[in-house]
Design a binder for this molecule. Sequence first.
Ligand code: SAM
Ligand code: SF4
Length: 329
Amino acid sequence: MQDPFGRHVHYLRLSVTDRCDLRCQYCMAENMTFLPKTEVLSLEELDRLASAFIHKGIRKLRLTGGEPLVRKNILSLISSLSRHLDDGSLQELTLTTNGTLLEQYAAALHQYGIRRINVSLDTLDSTKYRRITRWGDINPVIKGIQEARRQGLQVKINMVALRGINEDEFNDMLYFCGQEGLDLTLIETMPLGDIDEDRTDRYLPLSLVKAELHKNWTLSPTAYGTSGPARYMEIAEIGQKLGFITPLSHNFCDSCNRIRVTCTGHLYLCLGQNDGKDLRTILRESNDDTMLYQAIDNAIGRKPQGHDFFIDKNNSSPALKRHMNVTGG
Ligand code: SAM
Ligand code: SF4
């Protein structure tokens, strides 16, 4: 699939639920109203939709949420999707998780062909972890990461840089990643959805973080890329990669190869734009995939050139009303 700007779209992030067992402050409000079950695609519908995208040329599929591992019977979906890995139509099946349930799922994920996962962890301090996630316990997450490594999964930590919360922890996190054999990606907060606090207080440009890290670590540029928006550096002291995702201070849209589908079957062509297409209606109207393929083609033909994010010092309201747990990270 090729969009009007000549970019090849081969990466789909599919949200399998809007629900989560945590309430990270930058992602959700404390009192979230989740979608009624009838609006959320069944596992069979998710499978059919993902398979239609694979038929259209998607080669990398990331399951996300909400928290993908809290979706009931998620393993049956993963096991079913793994047939596309077996026949070579899909190159990579992966997921982004908060890690709370990883210890129990790691072996099965590996068994069904998943080789790399992203785990979100913004701090190593249990008190701060509880504060950021509003009630989470860090211990199962650390155990989950270790179990995933034992099962042979590559793990990349996603850490959102939060001014006044974890800005003193980047060195510790790098030591931890070195010890456990993990890559790390730092992410700037993105203005998605109403949350309970003012985001401008938390926004920490990664250019500042990088300048600080240069004082303690030998960072060298690497050609490595996971066909995503992160720019990677190699850290000589720990032999791991460090990525920076900077949607606000650096526009990464030129090389965008991805699309997102919500757990209600809504296709978003860009994380930072509202244009998209409801695929659920088409999915539920007919068992024939022809209309689905057509709708996907038409939508890709409208993929916008770039996003409209910005954090305005005079206006702390979100650039987009939808929360990250709706579109997935
Ligand atoms: N629950 C899973 C998790 O936390 O990894 C998957 C979904 S979560 C929405 C995916 C990623 O989005 C996480 O790494 C999270 O830190 C990130 N995220 C959520 N809200 C964000 C925001 N407003 N700005 C930047 N990153 C955000
Ligand atoms: Fe849940 Fe992930 Fe959002 Fe945190 S970032 S509230 S773990 S969906």
